[in-house]
Design a protein around this ligand. Structure first.
Ligand code: HEM
Length: 420
């Protein structure tokens, strides 16, 4: 079988704790448009960092996301059953489907994400943002040092409320679903933790589907339950797609808000441009998506036959695991210049990112996430103009995930230092 290696034959070991996503991306970029890597658990693959190559792979008809059909290590049992990233490839959802299956599932879900539906959510998002900011203010008054965690109380909470409303999750189930969701997608779990999470996830989904079948709503759960009743999706796809939408719409958008706030608070000149209205909040959102891709890497894709990429001279062998490194793509110097690492909301290339993917797998929730970003950021900084970080930026710990790029917490003071 023909195989042209990347410049390094030695695989680069990816750090499952994701301590330095961008440092790792820069190191991988040096190794070529795609580099041989070792994923957590010693699993071999490629991390693809070059924007042109990423675009070609994302639209290639012979590149699949279905491990059940196209990843020999998964199919033949070569992969350990307790591999910590298993949930990412095992799930039977739109995000792991290939070819006609992908088109079928996308057709089911697209009507739930029309521009009309998203626009209709705007007043609700504004109102909910206001309520969450009131809660934040109360929490700060109650805290002895005036410090609150903006990640938990705002950046995560708004996207969670939005996606649970879209899905139709009853309020009394929110906390249980959120607890599992918060841990199920991290990439440094022990086997026991990962298994316990999966069992709890299955229990919760069964409860939700029973409830929503009995009390249907005009929501994504309803859309999927109807599709199941009509025979367009099977039982596993019903549960897994509910789970997928909750996961896809929550941590991602939380990371967008998280990084936008941290970047603005640590770049006062940029914050001034945004609050004065000289640069729009939409531009803040796009530059954040570019600079800090909320989905740092996506697991995974598999060539269904050997693929030779003329432009790079690389060949990917059938069944090899390909990780798309969206974090690296956003900071590519070839596209964004030598200062690609800099957060600059006036940047002409801010919109030239692939943070929402490209082609047939382009994110269905992109417009919703953008709307949440614009509303949440403008309301936050207009309500709390003296908002500041309560710790140095270097003390903000990253989420332990190769996939989700955000912080564990963001301690802030709402009224600045004079409040403490
Ligand atoms: C800033 C926020 C978001 C980011 C950065 C983001 C990013 C992405 C990316 C990179 C993909 C493609 C993954 C791949 O195949 O490589 C994707 C797909 C998807 N996203 Fe998002 N997403 C965000 C918000 C949302 C929201 C709010 C929802 C729903 C409520 C959502 C639902 C989906 C769905 C359903 C897909 C699957 C599309 C397909 O495979 O056909 N996303 N997203």
């Amino acid at each position: 079988m023909s195989f042209l290696p990347s410049r390094s034959r030695c695989p680069y070991r990816l750090d499952g704790s994701a301590a330095d996503v961008h440092g790792e991306a820069a190191a991988l970029r040096v190794l070529g448009p795609a580099a041989r890597v070792e994923l957590p658990g010693g699993v071999p693959g490629w991390s693809v960092t070059d924007p042109g190559l990423v675009r070609r792979l994302l639209i290639h008809p012979r590149v699949s996301k279905d491990a059940h059909r196209h990843w020999p290590a998964f199919i033949d049992g070569g992969l350990s059953p307790d591999w910590p990233l298993r949930v990412w490839v095992d799930i039977r959802s739109l995000q792991t489907a290939y070819g006609p299956d992908h088109s079928r599932l996308r057709q089911v879900l697209v009507p739930a994400f029309t521009a009309h539906r998203v626009r209709a959510l705007a007043p609700w998002i504004e109102e909910t943002t206001g309520t969450l900011l009131d809660d934040l203010a109360k929490a700060a008054i109650a805290a002895p040092d005036g410090v609150v965690d903006l990640r938990t109380r705002f950046a995560s909470r708004l996207p969670w409320r939005a996606v649970t409303t879209l899905v139709g999750l009853p309020e009394d189930m929110h906390d249980r679903f959120q607890a599992v969701n918060d841990t199920v997608f991290t990439t440094d779990l022990s086997t026991e933790q990962a298994e316990a999470n999966m069992a709890e996830a299955a229990r919760l989904l069964a409860d939700l589907i029973a409830l929503k079948t009995e009390h249907p709503g005009d929501d994504i759960a309803g859309v999927l339950i109807d599709a199941h009743r009509e025979g367009r999706i099977d039982e596993r796809e019903l549960g897994d797609n509910i789970w997928m939408v909750l996961g896809a719409g929550y941590g991602t958008t939380a990371n967008l808000l998280d990084h936008a706030v941290v970047n603005l608070l640590t770049h006062p000149d940029q914050l001034e441009l945004a609050v004065s209205g000289r640069v729009g909040w939409d531009q803040v959102v796009e530059e954040t998506l570019r600079h800090q891709a909320p989905v740092a890497s996506f697991m995974m894709r598999f060539p269904t036959e050997d693929l030779h990429d003329e432009a790079t001279g690389l060949t990917f062998v059938r069944g090899e695991a390909l990780v798309i490194n969206y974090a690296a793509v956003g900071r590519d110097p070839g596209v964004h210049g030598a200062d690609a690492d800099l957060f600059d909301i006036t940047r002409a290339t801010a919109r030239e990112h692939l943070a929402f993917s490209h082609g047939p797998t382009y994110c269905l929730g992109a417009e919703l996430a953008r709307l949440e970003g614009r509303v949440a950021l403008s309301a936050l900084f207009s309500r709390f103009p003296a908002l500041e970080l309560a710790v140095g930026r270097d003390r903000l710990a990253p989420l332990p995930s190769l996939i989700f790029n955000g912080h564990r917490e963001i301690p802030v003071r709402l009224e600045g230092n004079h409040n403490s």
